[in-house]
Design a protein around this ligand. Structure first.
Ligand code: C5P
Length: 303
C-alpha cells in the first residue's frame, strides 16, 4: 500500500476582528481573536510523481468553487514546503471537506495548514514549528492560526499568532450560505465605508476579560467584527438572518471574518438546538451545531 498521512484542521470564527486602514502592501492591519470550531476538513496525502487534488464532500458544499489543479492552496503549500527543503517532490492530495468554501471560516487556510503538516510527515522532513509558522504566513493570513488552533490573538495582517487561555465550552450555531463572498471584495467595501479607519488596532481588554468567564452571555456582549457592515451591505439578507437567529434565542449573531457564514453564540446545547430548529424551519438547508475551541492541525491517521 502507498504510504499516506491524514491531517485534520478546523474552521475558525473571529470573536473579535478589528480592522485598520489599508496598508501600502494591500493588506489591512488586524487585531483579531480567533477560535477554532468543531467543523473540520481532513487532508490525506500520498506519494505521487505528479500533483493531483481530489475533493470529497456532501452536496451542500459548493464543489465548483474548489480549484482542483495546481492553483489549489494545498499544492501551493506542498511546493513551498518542498522548496524550503530543496527537494523535488509531488503528492496526491484528497481533501474531505466539511468547511464551507469562501465562507469566512478559513476553510482554505485549514486545508493549507493540514497539507503542510501532512506532507512534512509523509516526506519525513522534520520541519521546525518556527519554519512551519513562517511558511503558513506566506500562504495566507489565517494559515498560522489554523496550525496553532484553540483561541488566539492574531496581529499584523492576522499571521502573528499568540495563544490565549479559554477553558470554557462555547456553543455555536453555524449557518453557511450557498454562495460565497470574496474576501478582497469585502475588504474593499470596508475601505469605502470606513475612510477614517485607524492606522493601528488593538484587541480590547473587555474581550480578554470575557474569555476568562465561562458564561457565554459575557462573551456574547463583546463579540465584534469590523467587516460586518461591509458584508451586510453587500448581502443584506445576512442582517435579516442575524435578527431571526437572535429572536430564536441566540445570545448574539455575527458574521465570521469576511462572511457570508453567520454564527450564533448560544448559552448552552439546548439553546443551540432550538436556534438550529428555527433556522432549518425558516428554510436554511445547512445549519450546524459546533463547539469551540478545538485543537489546531493534528495527524489523525498514518498508513
Ligand atoms: O492572506 P490572504 O491570502 O488570506 O488574504 C486574502 C485577501 O484578503 C488579500 O489579498 C487582501 O485583499 C485581503 N486581506 C486584507 N488584509 C488582511 C488579510 C486579508 O486586506 N489582513
Amino acid at each position: 500500500m502507498t504510504p499516506s498521512v491524514t491531517v485534520r484542521a478546523a474552521a475558525k470564527v473571529n470573536l473579535h476582528l478589528g480592522v485598520g486602514r489599508l496598508r501600502a502592501d494591500g493588506y489591512h492591519p488586524l487585531a483579531t481573536v480567533y477560535q477554532t470550531l468543531s467543523v473540520h476538513d481532513d487532508v490525506t496525502v500520498s506519494t505521487s510523481a505528479r500533483w493531483n487534488v481530489d475533493l470529497v464532500c456532501e452536496d451542500d458544499i459548493d464543489r465548483a468553487s474548489f480549484p482542483t489543479g495546481e492553483d489549489n492552496i494545498v499544492v501551493r503549500a506542498g511546493r513551498l514546503l518542498a522548496a524550503q527543503h530543496g527537494v523535488d517532490r509531488a503528492a496526491e492530495i484528497t481533501v474531505r471537506k466539511s468547511i464551507p468554501i469562501a465562507g469566512g471560516l478559513a476553510g482554505g487556510s485549514a486545508d493549507a495548514a493540514a497539507a503542510l503538516v501532512a506532507l512534512d510527515r509523509l516526506w519525513d522532513l522534520q520541519t521546525s514549528d518556527e519554519d512551519l509558522l513562517r511558511l503558513a504566513g506566506q500562504l495566507g493570513s489565517d494559515v498560522p492560526f489554523a496550525l496553532v488552533g484553540g483561541t488566539a490573538v492574531g496581529l499584523g495582517r492576522g499571521e502573528i499568532v499568540t495563544r490565549m487561555q479559554d477553558e470554557a465550552t462555547r456553543w455555536w450555531v453555524v449557518v453557511p450560505s450557498m454562495v460565497g463572498l470574496s474576501t478582497p471584495a469585502v475588504y474593499h467595501h470596508f475601505d469605502e465605508l470606513s475612510p477614517d479607519a485607524p492606522a493601528k488596532v488593538a484587541v480590547p481588554e473587555e474581550l480578554v476579560a470575557a474569555l476568562a468567564d465561562p458564561d457565554n452571555r459575557v462573551l456574547a456582549s463583546v463579540l465584534r467584527n469590523d467587516l460586518e457592515p461591509a458584508a451586510i451591505d453587500l448581502r443584506p439578507e445576512l442582517g435579516e438572518l442575524i435578527e431571526v437567529g437572535e429572536r430564536a434565542g441566540a445570545l448574539r449573531g455575527i458574521i465570521s471574518g469576511s462572511g457570508p457564514t453567520c454564527l450564533f453564540l448560544c448559552s448552552d446545547r439546548g439553546a443551540a438546538d432550538r436556534v438550529r430548529t428555527t433556522l432549518l424551519d425558516a428554510g436554511h438547508p445547512r445549519v450546524i451545531i459546533a463547539l469551540g475551541p478545538v485543537s489546531g492541525t493534528h495527524v489523525v491517521e498514518y498508513n
